[in-house]
Design a protein. Structure first.
Length: 495
């Protein structure tokens, strides 16, 4: 091939790559709505999920930007696009302990409620570019919905059998949220045995949730507890959310058959302006009342994450990794809603203008570990020679992990359903040739049944106008179930 023909071929490949970038970017940004729950449910990436999330030491494509940025050194010049679709379902049958007229404890059973939401595709797009005299440096850029772990999609009915929903004090819905994570990473391979990398991320977008507050100023003194006449349906919106974070990683290669990876992800500290709209209760004391002002500030923390993994490659076709992931959820104590100028006016028995108190949605999460085992095995699909660029192969992937819950059982709520769980996954990567790889994976999260004894429940209903120190009944006691099946597909192109 002449030098001119070679240059022409290279330009054609670059034009195709540019068209592919623009097409996948338009697909990724066409996503109009995403919902975010209060807890990570499943980790990121189609290929990584096929390996059970054991993708720290072995990270070597664009998903290294999340799992271990040092691995980006092996991604080459590539465009990477994947999408995962969660099929999440959950239920809650509330139980509450009360004292009857005779002074005896009685357990009340409420109707069961089930979450419902249409499956919502969550895409991610990434670009990696090596540079330097010996291609010892690699830069990566990504945008995703989200870029990091996926969150639960939860929405519950406002009423059941004509009565207010038992889950209303924890959650009605999170419709209308849009969260993007934008990241940039640089990786460096100073020697054959050492790779290092670091990245920065920005969590950006908006967060919306609808919940019911109890607005009885004399709860338990005058009026029955949870009297629906005092229910105040509240829409809370936080925007814009702009929360930066960063991560670092290192991979050691003592011998070609062994890799040891470490990475650390800094926490996201969210402090965003927002607004709150309250549908005032039907009780007579609110007949002439109205809300003035709507500005609030929402604050919460998402955890730091630490990862370590060891991958072995006993033969060229086989890769197996064992990994440990620790999430520092103990920093996630609550979701704080600070009133800036929100007032209730003309409430009977109140001052003419009553400022809404700051509100805290109790979380009290704890640190959690995840133990992961997974790998992949390459199978030839034709008999071409090993170095033939058109040779087709398939990578078969399997993985299993055991995850500890970040939510103490007495703090489980319909907003955050979690338990110690097993996660089973499998997938495959079809290597069409040396440039194209098509990925697919299926992941099942097995939560089981969660029982929160009413006497042990610790999450009470929120009352921003309470006028007395009386302890309010917990609203999170009962039986919970959850199941999540995630299906994903991806495309990786190198040139």
């Amino acid at each position: 091939m002449t030098a001119r023909a070679a240059r022409s071929s290279k330009r054609r490949r670059q034009a195709k790559a540019t068209a592919f970038v623009l097409t996948t970017l338009s697909l990724g940004l066409a996503q109009k709505e995403a919902r975010a729950g209060g807890l990570y449910v499943n980790d990121r990436g189609v290929r990584a999920n096929g390996r059970g999330g054991a993708f720290v030491a072995g990270a070597d494509d664009a998903d290294a930007m999340w799992y271990n940025p040092a691995g980006l050194n092996e991604a080459g010049r590539s465009v990477f696009f994947d999408v995962m679709v969660p099929f999440y379902s959950s239920s809650f049958q509330r139980k509450s302990r009360i004292i009857d007229a005779s002074g005896n404890p009685v357990t009340l059973n409420f109707p069961k409620v089930e979450s419902s939401a249409a499956p919502l595709p969550m895409p991610k797009l990434a670009l990696t570019i090596p540079f330097g005299e010996k291609k010892e440096l690699t830069a990566g850029f990504t945008i995703g919905v989200p870029f990091g772990p996926y969150s639960a999609v939860l929405s519950y009915p406002e009423s059941v059998n004509g009565q207010p929903s038992p889950s209303r004090y924890s959650l009605i819905s999170m419709d209308g949220s849009l969260l993007l994570n934008i990241g940039a990473t640089i990786a460096f391979a100073p020697a054959k045995w050492l790779q290092v990398g670091a990245g920065v991320q920005l969590l950006a977008g908006s967060f919306s949730t609808k919940v019911v507050f109890n607005a009885n100023p004399n709860d338990r003194l005058i009026g029955a507890p949870e009297d629906p006449q005092y229910d105040a349906t509240t829409q809370l919106n936080a925007a814009p959310i702009l929360s930066p974070s960063a991560n670092i990683g290192i991979t050691l290669i003592p011998i070609p058959e062994v890799r040891i990876g470490f990475s650390a992800q800094a926490p996201y500290i969210v402090s965003a302006p927002g607004n709150i709209q309250v549908k005032l209760p039907q009780a007579s004391i609110f007949d002439n009342a109205y809300q003035s002002g709507e500005d609030v500030r929402i604050k919460f923390n998402l955890p730091a994450i630490f990862r370590v993994g060891v991958e072995v490659r006993p033969v060229p076709r086989l890769r197996a990794e064992i990994a440990l992931v620790r999430e520092q959820w103990s920093t996630h104590h609550s979701i704080s809603v600070e009133s800036q100028n929100v007032n209730l006016n003309n409430v009977t028995g109140f001052p003419e203008t009553f400022r809404i108190l700051n509100t805290s949605l109790v979380r009290q999460h704890q640190n959690a570990n995840s133990y992961r085992l997974g790998g992949e095995y390459r199978v030839d699909l034709d008999k071409r020679t090993k170095d033939d660029p058109k040779k087709q192969t398939i990578d078969l992937r399997l993985g299993i992990r055991y995850e500890e819950s970040a939510v103490p059982v007495n703090y489980v709520t319909p907003l955050t359903i979690d338990s110690n769980k097993f996660v089973l996954s499998g997938g495959a990567g079809f290597n069409v040739n040396e440039r194209w790889r098509i990925d697919a994976s299926v992941t099942a999260l097995l939560f089981g049944t969660i029982e929160v004894a009413p006497e042990d429940a610790r999450v009470g209903k929120v009352n921003p106008v309470v006028g007395n120190p009386t302890t309010l009944e917990a609203v999170n006691g009962g039986t919970y179930t959850a199941f999540d099946l995630m299906v994903g597909a991806g495309l990786n192109y190198k040139w």
